[in-house]
Design a protein around this ligand. Sequence first.
Ligand code: F6R
Length: 369
Amino acid sequence: EKGGWSSFMKKEISEEPDAVANTLRGRVVGGTVQLPELDGVAEELAGINRVLILACGTAAYAGMLGKYAIEAWARIPVDVELSHEFRYRDPVLDERTLVVSVSQSGETMDTLMAVRYAREQGARTLSICNTQGATIPRESDAVLYTHAGPEVAVASTKAFVAQVTALYLLGLHLAGQRGALSEAAIAAQLGELEAVPHKLQQVVDAVSGRIAELAHWMSDTQSVLFLGRHVGFPVALEGALKLKELAYIHAEGFAAGELKHGPIALIEPGQIVFVLVPSPRDPSSLHKKVVSNIQEIRARGARVIAIAELGDVAVVPFADEVLRVPLAAPFFQPLLGVVPLHVFGMELATAKGLDVDQPRNLAKSVTVE
Ligand code: F6R
């Protein structure tokens, strides 16, 4: 089933463009979102005043991107919570809360229990799931399937980009339903989303070889840090999780704005730091702020690997290495920027002689607490 691939993970990273394309298929028609799966709960969706996203691990990072996008587009308050934290703390929710669970397997015990608990409290439940007929979608009011195809490697890769795609479709659907965005604005975002698979393919093709080289000379590294801001922050967390689980080294993701509040003390000569650089075309001033973070950590001896947009020359003088991704509107940058980090996790584990498909101590679906 691996075909000619050396690992399932390598195969599944190569399938990230298809995972997005297949999750979009039939759901974007003439600049509008078509989600007939949600017809049965249309009235309930129109009445919600809050969204709560529940998930674990990589799925929770997809959820964070969902939060940023759904709030920006649909103007509904959104929270993201780890399922295992949510279910043991007596949370507040009611029938106007839409609980969106995100799970590749649809069998994660903590997420299943959190969904059951939310239902008992009267919340509406929507499952974003990659596995047809799994327990979580069966127990939810509605389901939006991701179509990443079966994911075999323990580390989640193509499921992540498919989850983000589904959350973005949901955000644009809610924005349309509430009139929070104009039809033209929705069509423009959908156009960006439809352009993602092709751009993802470019990233997979362009960066893989260079990252394998980087991983090779870093194979003795004991610690890697990841910095991102806004939608780059969940990607930083995802990059760090992949290194922990695959290469068994200490890795941490930070919100770049947090640096001065503690993490910058970790920077010493030789520390490797990946930085997700926002686009210089963003109307926000985040590009400048992140470039100045790079200067600060560089001045303390960090070795910086920047993931930056094609044509961004401002980072070049300060980075030891720049990995390029195609231009995209802000919410779509993380779908591209995450690929080099997936590849890096895989390549560092490979360089250390580890089994990338079956990391120690982990199971593909966590059906126990
Ligand atoms: C990380 C990883 C895990 C899963 C998490 C949730 O690479 O694979 O963190 O994302 O266990 O699993 P699902 O999505 O099946 O609920």
